[in-house]
Design a protein around this ligand. Structure first.
Ligand code: FO1
Length: 313
């Protein structure tokens, strides 16, 4: 097998991207990251899904949260509170420095793909991590309690307690793949859909014009973000329930069934393999928990050999 592309968003996605980036060299692996969670905050463009991966790959991430940097100080946020500014989104001093550097590079006219590459270099990261588009796409959540709110208000400010009625990706119809993301998918033998929220982290990537069509020509393996009947992190299980669906691994496979050939699910969901196989999808059951770097690398290695052997990519 030659080249691999991962589609990822959120903390779960960043963990598997970390594992894949440790077993594959940058010329063999590209991570296409969701930017629908990005938002303008304090006048800065925050890119949480890109930063969650970059900080973990640079070895500076707060492992407890899975986002932000470790050994942070909060002086700026403390001052912002005194100024009556917005402090619900916890940006530490080191994190803020990176956001200011991103803002400086963007205001110099560089597109997000080039800015991301520059920031990776500054962080000493060799991995090929690229945004899903250089255009602005914002995931908007329509909630029962507050109407339409941004993803970060839903996820952080309201701790995804509000009931999700619907969601949309503002700007998606004008968003285009970048030359880098198009080339990465065209050259890929395998596409891995990481254990991210299918609707809010993976769909934004798939909805970009031509992306799904390109990916459907490849061998695609998805990894369930649902373990047992819960999501390890984030609102995926809650959203299933709000849709009247019992959260399970096979319900995630059903969402992807038109584009995947293989599906990776946890030992806790091993009784769901018959249903998945009945759809012509090849299941692979293993321990999908990634609580440390070693388990991220182990899972990435298992998925790679599953794809190579079973899916013959
Ligand atoms: N998530 C939280 O639950 N609370 C926060 O205060 C928070 C701050 C934050 C700062 C920078 C960053 O890159 C991510 C941050 N996140 C926070 C996580 C972020 O909301 C999520 O990781 C993703 O957007 C979910 O896909």
């Amino acid at each position: 097998m030659n080249k691999v592309v991962a589609l990822a968003g959120g903390v779960g996605g960043a963990k598997l991207v970390f594992g894949l980036s440790k077993i594959l060299t940058p010329d063999k692996f590209t991570a296409i990251i969701n930017t629908g969670d990005d938002f303008k905050h304090l006048g800065l463009k925050i890119c949480p899904d890109i930063d969650s991966f970059c900080y973990s790959r640079a070895g500076i991430s707060d492992q407890k949260h899975g986002w932000g940097q470790k050994n942070e100080s909060w002086n700026c946020l403390t001052e912002l509170k005194k100024l009556g500014s917005e402090t619900w989104f916890q940006l530490g001093d080191k994190d803020l420095a990176l956001q200011l550097e991103r803002a400086r590079l963007l205001s110099s006219g560089l597109k997000l793909t080039k800015v991301t590459r520059s920031l990776c270099k500054k962080l000493g990261i060799e991995a090929n991590v690229i945004p899903m588009t250089d255009d602005n796409v914002s995931t908007i959540i329509h909630t029962e309690e507050y109407g339409e709110i941004s993803f970060q208000e839903y996820f952080v400010k309201y701790k995804f307690i509000p009931r999700l009625i619907n969601y949309r990706f503002d700007g998606i119809s004008n968003a285009r793949m970048t030359p880098e993301s198009k080339k990465a998918i065209e050259e890929a033998d395998l596409v891995v859909i990481c254990p991210s929220n299918p609707w809010l982290s993976i769909n934004p990537i798939l909805e970009i014009e031509n992306t799904k069509e390109l990916i459907q020509q490849k061998t695609v393996v998805a990894v369930s973000p649902i373990v047992g009947n819960i999501a390890i992190k984030g609102p995926a299980a809650k959203i299933f329930l709000e849709m009247g669906i019992q959260p399970s691994a096979f319900e995630v496979a059903r969402l992807y069934q038109s584009i995947i050939k293989g599906f990776v699910l946890d030992n806790k969901n091993k009784n769901e393999t018959d249903t998945i196989s009945s759809w012509g999808i090849i299941p692979f059951v293993t321990d999908t928990m990634m609580n440390d770097d070693r388990s991220k690398i182990r899972l990435a290695t298992e998925i790679y050999s599953f794809a190579k052997k079973t899916l013959r990519t």
